[in-house]
Design a protein around this ligand. Structure first.
Ligand code: SAH
Length: 259
């Protein structure tokens, strides 16, 4: 295995460039010093979502602070497809899971939406963000999905951008033999899309009407079974990545390694 894959990878919200020294915040210092028992001289990988991934060396480290020095660019910056995930939030543990897995599957925006039948009243956006960052560190993506604030679906739909396809996971279509979801996805024009998954209670009639009225909305089925919302989100993300996104072998690989 490439030793790079077993390297510690940290997302650091600071400019990065060769030879630059970068301070570690208390959480990163604690992680390296106390959790991982690392010391000065340890090499790690760092990325900030815009400047690529750098090999860096720990040059100062204590329990609460530290400094790293960027040595060389390891991987040039690449971005995930412009694919949003809008979903009605589920309960805590499965919400963490959803944010982590959506990050692994390459969502560029994670957007919790309040629908008519959503049970969750308040949501800790910070927790979703922390989950997304941790998953990005592990999955070796170089961008962090943008987590938007919990917002009412009706308001989002009112201002829906004309150039973005809305892929609507429609439980009414479960098992509908005439809905060829792969064909529908492959025929969507443009490269800006969003997947919408509803709550356990499904969508209300008026929500369905608003969605259907959008010029660029596409209802898809995810098979004959009714899936829980988290399973539905991950299935739809996988389908999109396979048919339109960055699983396609015909696209130039995003991992343009630096020699
Ligand atoms: N209680 C609802 C199901 C909700 S499942 C009912 O029985 O009708 C939660 C969400 O997952 C749905 O709103 C839909 O967006 C998605 N979903 C689940 N199974 C699906 C399927 N087979 N096809 C398309 N979407 C599905």
């Amino acid at each position: 295995m490439d030793p790079r894959h077993s390297q510690i990878r940290l997302f650091i919200d600071h400019d990065l460039a060769e030879q630059m020294t970068v301070p570690l915040d208390a959480a990163h210092a604690h992680y390296l010093h106390t959790v991982m028992r690392k010391s000065v001289g340890t090499q790690i990988a760092v990325f900030n979502g815009r400047d690529g991934c750098f090999l860096a060396e720990v040059t100062e480290l204590s329990r609460k602070s530290g400094v790293i020095t960027c040595l060389s660019l390891q991987t040039a910056q690449w971005f995930s497809p412009d694919l949003w995930l809008l979903f009605a939030p589920v309960k805590k543990a499965r919400l963490d899971f959803m944010a982590q897995k959506a990050t692994e599957l390459g969502a560029s925006v994670i957007w919790p939406v309040k629908t008519a039948y959503t049970q969750v009243k308040h949501l800790k956006d910070e927790r979703l963000r922390a989950n997304a960052i941790e998953a990005a560190e592990q999955t070796e993506r170089l961008d962090i999905p943008h987590v938007r604030d919990y917002s009412p679906l009706a308001e989002i739909l009112k201002d829906w951008p004309a150039d973005r396809a809305l892929i609507f996971c429609d439980e009414r279509l479960a098992g509908d033999q005439t809905t060829d979801s792969l064909r529908i996805l492959s025929e969507i024009g443009g490269d800006k899309a969003a997947i919408l998954v509803g709550p356990e209670g499904g969508f209300s009639m008026s929500e369905k009407e608003m969605i259907d009225a959008l010029p660029h909305s596409y209802g898809i089925s995810l098979g004959p079974r009714i899936l829980r919302a988290d399973t539905a989100a991950l299935s739809a993300l996988s389908l999109y990545q396979a048919v339109k996104g960055d699983w396609l072998a015909t696209l130039s690989p995003p991992h343009n390694e630096v020699e």
